[in-house]
Write a protein that binds this ligand. Structure first.
Ligand code: NAP
Length: 258
């Protein structure tokens, strides 16, 4: 039974940063005895579990999340979901508004191009699909299992899709699946591009070091990279760029913000 007197932080997770935040807070000296719950959507069959208390599965929209925040006496929420988990971020902002619980978005910075990069920024997966036939015929898709459907109609192209779990239909007619999860090394990324004779790489602007080596490997080979830009964060939500900044924000919420 949870102690109602303890401060309670909810981390909306599914990212390296969310796990790092939970790990830092699992250390009793930095959490000062607070209760910390990490929440996962349940998309991945065998997720890497964060330290501490974990709950898995949707809340049932912003109202369901607001109910959960009240029932579990949550003092603050850190939305450390992936930059492309836009629905969850919107729900978190709505639930925070409805309940008055302070909300912080923890978002690692996006990637920035360097000399030699051949990047094609696009606003969506659909826009990436539209652009692909003009760039090449053998495509490495690293947009995640759920994004593969956006490319299913492109019959003339061959896709190599990398995802943690196998994709479900619809998928492109010509498709090889590489089941894998980051971090990826530069050598491994070079090998993937060469072995599959990749001509174009498609990625979301996820940011972070774990999946950045594909960008270096593509640059070395002079390959174009179609990069899907991030959706905007809900207005009015403060943003931390690092786990340290998120820890400082949580400390600044005070010993008993209720
Ligand atoms: P989404 O489209 O923004 O959210 C769809 C629904 O999934 C939400 O309405 C919510 O259901 C549930 N959900 C999402 N994140 C949740 C969480 N952390 N805890 C509990 N429920 C959650 O989300 P998504 O893009 O499918 O991403 C799902 C998860 O995978 C997130 O945790 C995200 O951090 C992680 N992830 C996503 C990507 C990506 O490219 N999108 C990449 C890597 C990891 P209810 O409305 O029922 O609450």
């Amino acid at each position: 039974m949870a102690d109602p007197a303890r401060r309670h932080l909810l981390i909306l997770g599914g990212t390296t940063e969310a796990r790092a935040l939970a790990a830092a807070l699992a250390d009793a000296s930095s959490s000062a005895g607070a209760r910390v719950t990490s929440s996962l959507a349940g998309r991945v069959a065998e997720p890497r579990l964060p330290a501490g208390e974990v709950r898995i599965g949707g809340f049932g929209g912003p109202e369901g999340l607001a109910d959960w925040l009240r029932a579990e006496r949550v003092d603050a929420v850190v939305d450390a979901t992936h930059p492309f988990a836009a629905v969850m971020s919107r729900n978190a902002a709505e639930a925070a508004r409805a309940t008055g619980v302070p909300l912080l978005a923890l978002r690692r910075p996006g990637w920035a191009p360097v000399a030699g990069d051949r990047w094609h920024p696009v606003p969506s997966l659909a826009a990436a699909a539209e652009l692909l036939p003009s760039l090449g015929r053998r495509i490495l898709l690293t947009t995640g299992r759920q994004g593969i459907g956006a490319f299913a109609h492109l019959d003339g192209l061959h896709f190599v899709a990398r995802s943690v779990d196998p994709p479900e239909p619809p998928v492109p007619a010509s498709l090889d699946v590489l089941l894998d999860r980051g971090p990826f090394t530069l050598d491994a990324e070079r090998a993937v591009l060469r072995e599959h004779r990749i001509e174009v790489v498609v990625t979301k602007d996820s940011g972070g070091a774990a999946t950045a080596p594909k960008l270096t490997a593509a640059r070395e080979l002079g390959l174009p990279v179609v990069i899907v830009e991030r959706p905007p964060l809900p207005a009015g939500v403060p943003v931390a760029r690092t786990v340290e900044a998120a820890l400082a924000w949580w400390s600044a919420q005070g010993p008993d913000p209720r």
